[in-house]
Write a protein that binds this ligand. Structure first.
Ligand SMILES: NC(=O)c1ccc[n+]([C@@H]2O[C@H](COP(=O)([O-])OP(=O)(O)OC[C@H]3O[C@@H](n4cnc5c(N)ncnc54)[C@H](OP(=O)(O)O)[C@@H]3O)[C@@H](O)[C@H]2O)c1
Length: 344
């Protein structure tokens, strides 16, 4: 796929390092957890990024097998190799990222910059001190030169990017409940074998899970939307990947869907990874396989109190994970946000 304004990926070293629109010497990067669903996607994107050199992508169970980076088989996770890259992507299970970070910090050497895709250092985790929360379109000033980035969760990315501009603009009636009904494809649960995720359990089915308003992603959503009374209900979609989030948004008197769309326009116009679809709700097939978030808003008929229906769609492995991680890498170095991601 061609990237607007990006130089040919085959010749990154030929360009000047002083021009932020052209890459200089490639930055050495590595991936821990490269054979998981997010790690595969991060590996795929980094292998074609014009300004990095992917040194390794790790897997214990698939050591020696080909990875999505041409000519770079998976290698066992190695603390020495991990400490030698300039940027390390952590695509590990919950808890393992914190353990790796601890080990790298106590090694006595300066640790690499880290982009952590796990929840271990996100707001509300108790370990967020010193980490920039990488909600890319909102955090770019803090991301510039950052040493540690906590990449947002997949569900929170859609909820926060849709609601933050609306809360900022004073459109939301925060005294009333904001209800998010979300559905994710099965890769959202990771690649480890689980009986409840077998094809025969998931296919031709649709079910809610994590009910009771206790999903762990609520921690980071609440941290970023402190005044909003959020009800978040996820569902398991019988597809490999993709998320839709349908939000019943309580709004103040005289606020309608066009005011919602105008707020997004003002905040996101020109953002390559955000597609505003207007007066409709976006569908999965508009975003799966891309690093885009699609947003739309429509009026609600016959409700007693004013409310607008907001729809967000994203690929949980794209904008919900790897795409945003690569945008955050770009923000650290001041590179164009679209380098290495799929937003055409
Ligand atoms: N899936 C999503 O949609 C999504 C979206 C956003 C964020 N996230 C977060 O991203 C992280 C990764 O998710 P995932 O879905 O990619 O998980 P996954 O499919 O289960 O992959 C985990 C990866 O970590 C490796 N690994 C496991 N234990 C390890 C250890 N102790 N040391 C080194 N490597 C280890 C695994 O390979 P080996 O066992 O072969 O080493 C595998 O490559 C999770 O924390 C998740 O919450 C996931």
């Amino acid at each position: 796929m061609d990237l607007p304004d990006s130089p040919p990926a085959s010749d990154p070293a030929s360009a000047s390092a002083s021009d932020p629109d052209t890459p200089g010497s490639p930055i050495p990067v590595g991936v821990l957890g490269g054979s998981g669903y997010t790690g595969l996607e991060v590996t795929r994107l980094l292998a074609r990024h014009p300004a990095v050199e992917l040194r390794f992508t790790s897997s214990r169970s698939e050591k020696g097998a080909p990875s999505p980076a041409p000519g770079l088989p998976f290698t066992a996770p190695d603390p020495v190799a991990a400490a030698e890259v300039e940027v390390l992507f952590l695509c590990l299970p919950h808890g393992e990222a914190a353990a790796w970070v601890e080990a790298l910090r106590s090694s006595g050497k300066k640790p690499p910059r880290i982009i952590d895709l796990t929840a271990d250092h996100r707001p509300g985790s108790g370990r967020e001190a010193g980490a920039v929360y990488g909600l890319n379109e909102w955090s770019r000033p803090q991301l510039a030169g950052a040493e540690f980035v906590a990449n947002p969760g997949c569900y929170p990315t859609g909820v926060l990017l849709s609601l933050l501009p609306l809360v900022d603009a004073g459109l939301v009636d925060v005294e009333r409940l904001t209800v998010v009904s979300a559905a994710s494809g099965v890769t959202g649960a990771g690649r480890s074998a689980r009986t409840d995720l077998l094809f025969a359990e998931v296919a031709n089915n649709f079910r809610a899970y994590g009910w009771g308003n206790r999903h762990r992603h609520l921690l980071e959503m609440r941290a970023l939307l402190p005044g909003v009374d959020l009800l978040f209900q996820p569902h398991l979609l019988p597809v490999p990947r993709g998320i839709t989030e349908t939000i019943v948004l309580p709004v103040r008197e005289c606020v309608d869907a066009s005011a919602v769309r105008s707020s997004w326009d003002a905040r996101y116009s020109g953002e390559p990874a955000i597609r505003l679809v207007g007066d409709r709700l976006p569908a999965l097939d508009e975003v799966v396989g891309t690093d885009l978030l699609a947003l739309g808003a429509v009026e609600l008929q016959d409700v007693r109190e004013p409310a607008v229906l907001v729809g967000a769609a994203l690929d949980n492995l794209g904008k919900g994970a790897a795409g945003q991680a690569v945008q955050n890498l770009n923000a650290i170095y001041g590179w164009p946000t679209e380098w290495g991601i799929r937003c055409a």
